[in-house]
Structures are given as C-alpha cells and as structure tokens.
Design a protein around this ligand. Structure first.
Ligand code: GLU
Length: 379
C-alpha cells in the first residue's frame, strides 16, 4: 500500500488512548519538557473540540523524580524507584494541570496498578470512574501507581498499561507516542536497509522479530512492549499507532486522516474479543433467573439486564463477578459482570430502577448487568 493511499485509523476513532513515553515527557531525563507537554495537551483539547474522547497515559514520574532529587543513575532498589516516582508524579500532575488549565479543559489524575485491573470489582470501579470523567469532558491522566507496586501487582511498563486502559474503556484506538518514527523492519541503528512498517495486522507474528528487545535507558518499554501492547489492544478491537511524539501536530494530523508512523490494525470485532475473554477466562460465581420479558429483551434487543426482570438469585457473588443469566426454564442465555453482590441482588430483584436507592441506601448502576459487560451464550 502506498503512503498516499494509507488512511489513518485514528480518523474514525471516537475514543482514543494516547500514551507518551518517559524520554519524550522528560526530554530524555533532563526534566519535564513543558513545551512538549503544552503541544500534546493543545492537540488533545482540539480533539475534544472535534468530539473525540481522549485518555492520556503518561510516563515520566521516575525520570522526573530522579532529576528533582539530583540522581544521575537510575536506582536499582525498588524503594528508591518508588521514592523517585512519588516525587516525580507531583511534577507530572502539575505540568498537566497547568497545561490543560490553559485550555480550560479539566483533567484528572488516576494512578493504577495491575491489581486494579485484574480484580473484577476494582476493574468495574475503575471503568465507571473513567467513563464518568469522559462523560464530563475531563481528560484522565493515568500512570502506574509506582509508589505502591510490588512485582506481583505491577504492570511494569506504560505501553502495556496503555493497552490495558484501552481494553478497560473499549477505546477505538491506542496512540503510542515515542521518540522513534515507528516500528522498523529491523533495528534502524544497525541495519541501513531497515524500513518503516507503515501498516500491519497487530497479530502478525513477524512483528515480534522486527521489534527486538531493546528499550531506552529512560523509560521501561522498547518496541517489543509496543508490539505486544498493540496485540493486547486489538483484543478489544482497538487499532494501535506508534508514532513520533516530536512530529508536529501528530495527534491532529492522525485524527485528520494522515497516516503517520506505524499503524497496527485490530482484526477481531470489538465485542467478540471482549465477550470471548469473559466466556473463556472467568469462573461463574452465581446465577440469576429472569422473567420471559427480560429474556426476550436480552436475546432480541441486546438490552441490559435490569433488576426488575430478575426473579431469582443463586450463589454468593460479589460486585464484578461473572454470573450466568438463566431463563425461566433454567437454560443459560447469557453471562455477564454483575454490578451488585448477590445479597444486594436478592434485595432489589423485581424492583424498578427508581426504587434501588431506597432499598439499598445507594445505587451502583441502574442495571444489574450492563449490556457492554454481557455476552449471550445461547440464541
Ligand atoms: N510509570 C513509570 C514512570 O512514570 C514509567 C513506566 C514506563 O516507562 O513505561 O516513571
């Protein structure tokens, strides 16, 4: 495909995750590059004006913390890294806060660990919070919560975190801004014949060999983590673009349809991938039986399941557990993530949405299972 014919996959995307790497954010460790931050933030604000939703994943806490503490060598000890992250994150938050203020665009800091995304209840909570921020026109600025992570609960690099966030909010595209022009067929520093890959399927196995393993000394991720992140993002239907964050107006031009850097296409349909994940990976912790009307609305219309349609609740599940939805004959028709624990579901079954708060004293969501979190398992 010629460069001219290639159209940016970002143009059609409504919800976009933008990840910026440490060496870009901190000007290769020299300290936060406020001018660069202002440029990305200006572009993100403009994308909002075009009706797109943007979530920013920003690295740079450790690099900035080291700079502020006067450390030249990246420490090896975890507590030292965590201390640097705690110091540097203040700088990141301050930089984004003032850059977004200049555009009168509210932003919010979210610090996540892998445990927040692996545990279903916390996954749902994080998702609800992020979607609520987006609904209010706020740009979430995310980093790993480096100060508390241990090996067991850490994501480890922000390319992967960006992909997990892409899955979490079901973004249409993940843009990884880095200090290189994209993915090359071989390491361009060693191979004069290396060419920029402009377009490929995210799951193309050849990409892993091209990406190699080398990362920079500033951030954590190399090209390999970016390729694997693209593969992960594709599971929820998102395309990935790897492009240079130094390219002028890179985000705006991508959104306008210009293909810049490397684009890695998602193959599988968005919902199919997510539904597959739900069916394959999680244990069923309980079940609800629904009346004929609710069963029909689930089967025919892809509706959410409201508490009013539930006649019986079985098992002991927590908010965020996967449960089965049975019809009156006891046949499983769907599975999904419950917004309520079993004890709560028992109290609000057969209850109109308007009564939930009166009965429970709080309301998590109007649905027992939102349709985005549900897969039909039969007819
Ligand atoms: N969370 C780390 C930081 O902000 C960066 C991880 C990465 O470089 O991917 O310093």
């Amino acid at each position: 495909m010629s460069a001219e014919a290639l159209h940016s996959l970002v143009a059609a995307a409504h919800r976009v995750v933008v990840k910026v790497g440490s060496s870009l954010v901190t000007d290769e460790g020299r300290g936060i590059d406020h001018a660069a931050v202002a440029r990305w933030v200006g572009q993100i604000s403009a994308l909002h004006g075009l009706g797109k939703e943007v979530i920013l994943v920003s690295s740079g806490a450790i690099a900035e913390g080291m700079k502020r503490l006067g450390w030249v060598q990246r420490p090896r000890e975890i507590p030292e890294l965590q201390a640097a992250a705690a110091v540097g994150q203040m700088g990141l938050a301050q930089a984004y806060e003032s850059a977004f203020s200049a555009h009168a665009r509210p932003c919010a800091q979210i610090l996540l660990t892998h445990a927040d995304l692996a545990h279903r209840r916390r996954y749902l909570n994080a998702r609800s919070t992020l979607l609520t921020l987006l609904a209010h026109g706020v740009v979430p600025v995310i980093n790993e919560n480096d100060t508390v992570v241990t090996d067991e609960i850490k994501v480890g690099d922000n390319d992967t975190l960006g992909a997990l966030v892409t899955n979490l909010v079901e973004a249409d595209a993940l843009i990884i801004l880095t200090d290189q022009h994209g993915l090359y067929s071989a390491d361009p520093r060693r191979d004069a014949l290396a060419t920029l890959i402009r377009d490929a399927a995210a799951d193309d196995p050849a990409l892993v060999g091209m990406a190699g393993g080398a990362g920079s000394s500033i951030g954590k991720g190399g090209m390999l983590t970016k390729v694997l992140a693209a593969r992960r993002a594709a599971r929820s239907g998102a395309h990935t673009v790897i492009a240079s964050g130094r390219e002028p107006d890179v985000l705006l031009r991508l959104a306008a349809g210009e293909a810049i850097g490397t684009q890695l296409r998602a193959g599988a349909a968005k919902l199919a991938a997510r539904k597959q994940w739900m069916v394959d990976q999680l244990q069923l912790a309980g079940r609800v039986t629904v009346d004929a009307g609710a069963a029909r609305r689930l089967r025919d219309g892809g509706a959410s399941l409201l508490p009013v349609g539930v006649t019986e609740v079985g098992g002991e599940f927590e908010r965020g557990d996967v449960i089965a939805v049975l019809d009156a004959a006891g046949t499983e028709i769907a599975r999904g993530l419950s917004n309520y624990a079993a004890a709560e579901a028992r109290l609000i079954r057969r209850t109109p949405t308007t009564q939930i708060e009166t009965i429970l004293g709080f309301i998590e969501e109007p649905e027992l299972i939102h349709r985005d979190n549900m897969v039909l398992t039969r007819g």
